[in-house]
Design a protein around this ligand. Structure first.
Ligand code: HEM
Length: 417
């Protein structure tokens, strides 16, 4: 039996719905009355996501059920229809299949093999080696922004830092970093007219990043260095193979998308939450509790949802899911689930029990950059508290139009007022 919980035609991944803010009211109703709920979806037809299994998806909104699906990648595939629930209107089956070259959209055994090579770039040693450089970057970025007196926090701080981090990780020369940044905005901001270029062609942008990165891989093979790119493209210490030039190119695309916008939006939502809760900002400036990091990430939940496709009939939370049906994992709902979080709608940087799912459930696809992202959040808010403790908002935020990113495009601030 389906319950009429959502207005007819209401799609939780509709970019216009999300432009107004995360649909928390609908999520709360669903968690209570219909935690696994069928949602019809009008789009995606060109990408072939509409099959005999139905033209919609099961919206999974409770923390417990999302964790269960994430852990069961044998039955719940990331590959069949990719991880994004609602693709831009321009997507086709061909473009969807192209995305299966990135780990996010793969299943075992291909996923396991590729992820184990990529993991070389994310060992505590590899990330630790970056820490000192990252601290300097964070302080330089905030110092330069504060020197300007006022401006847009997203442009000056939140988007700059992750870009520099990925640039440092991959050894991309300073003069090429902005280019990568512009291309990335093309790929993830395709549904927002401010972010897309006039010719609005995300596939062309992806092709450009790919060409650039393949060149980088070839260069490191010819001139190895003691850096992450070299570790990825050469054979591993365990004798395992390195990434091919193509695979490396898609790895850079994955990082440019997965590691950029996510941390950017966690930082911006964190700053906004501090503005809305000045007592929490005072507390951070004074005491720097480490629990701040995961509270900012929970609060922001930059990726509101990803999906899986059932490979066989399976029961989930008392609901029968049929083979071929899509299942939407709404992390933005799970992270405010009242069964798991006390006072979920209170931003509390001393929250101890914080098993949020912003990095996905603890399954095969759990965010490989989670610890790097945590480091970035700590370093940037440390720099802000040290250099611009009197930062304050001077206008309203503008939200990003996207069906799966909880994005903020601009946040006007004064740094030292
Ligand atoms: C996967 C969120 C930062 C690289 C994921 C997933 C989520 C996520 C939800 C997918 C999980 C799934 O499908 O089950 C976030 C958030 C971040 C963040 C909220 C920041 C606050 C980063 C950073 C990097 C990164 C900094 C790298 C520089 C990746 C990669 C995957 C991934 C490569 C794919 C892993 C796989 O499919 O095996 N992330 N991420 N992420 N993330 Fe992150």
């Amino acid at each position: 039996m389906t319950v009429d919980i959502l207005p007819t035609g209401f799609d939780l991944t509709d970019p216009d719905v999300n432009l107004a803010g995360v649909p928390h009211e609908q999520f709360a109703l669903l968690r209570k009355a219909a935690p696994i709920h069928w949602v019809e979806q009008a789009d995606n037809a060109r990408a072939g996501m509409h099959t005999d299994a139905g033209t919609g998806y099961w919206a999974v909104t409770r923390h417990e059920d999302i964790s269960e699906v994430s852990k069961n990648s044998k039955v719940f595939s990331s590959q069949v229809n990719g991880a994004i629930i609602r693709l831009p209107e321009t997507a086709t089956r061909e473009s969807l299949e192209m995305t299966q070259v990135v780990v996010l959209n793969q299943d075992a055994p291909v996923h396991t093999a590729l992820r184990s090579i990529i993991a070389r770039g994310f060992t505590p040693r590899a990330i630790g080696a970056l820490d000192e450089v990252l601290e300097e970057q964070a302080r330089r970025i905030v110092t330069e922004a504060a020197a300007a007196g006022s401006g847009d926090f997203v442009d000056q701080v939140a988007s700059q830092f992750p870009l520099e981090v990925i640039g440092d990780m991959l050894g991309i020369p300073a003069e090429d970093r902005q280019k990568i940044f512009d291309w990335t905005n093309q790929m993830t901001g395709a549904e927002d007219e401010d972010m897309a270029r006039e010719d609005n062609d995300p596939e062309a942008a992806a092709a450009e990043v790919l060409m650039y990165s393949m060149g980088l891989a070839a260069e490191r093979k010819a001139n190895p260095r003691d850096d992450i790119v070299t570790k990825l493209v050469q054979s591993g210490e365990d004798g395992g193979r390195g990434l091919t030039d193509d695979e490396f190119g898609f790895f850079v695309i994955t990082l440019a998308v997965a590691g950029n916008e996510t941390t950017r939006n966690a930082t911006t939502h964190g700053m906004k939450a501090f503005f809305d809760n000045p007592d929490q900002w005072d507390l951070w400036v004074r005491e720097r509790p480490a629990t701040m990091i995961d509270e900012v990430i929970r609060w922001a939940t930059p990726v509101t949802s990803f999906q899986r496709t059932a490979l066989e009939d399976i029961e989930l939370g008392g609901v029968q899911i049929k083979a071929g049906q899509r299942v939407g994992l709404f992390y933005a709902s799970a992270n405010y689930d009242e069964e798991v979080f006390d006072d979920a709608f209170t931003f509390d940087i001393t929250r101890e029990n914080n098993p949020h799912l912003a990095f996905g459930g603890r399954g095969a696809h759990y965010c490989i950059g989670a610890n790097l992202a945590r480091s970035e959040i700590k370093l940037i808010f440390d720099a802000l508290a040290d250099i611009a403790p009197n930062i304050r908002p001077t206008g309203d935020v503008a939200r990003l139009r996207s069906g799966w990113l909880n994005g903020i495009k601009s946040l006007p601030v004064a740094y030292n007022a």
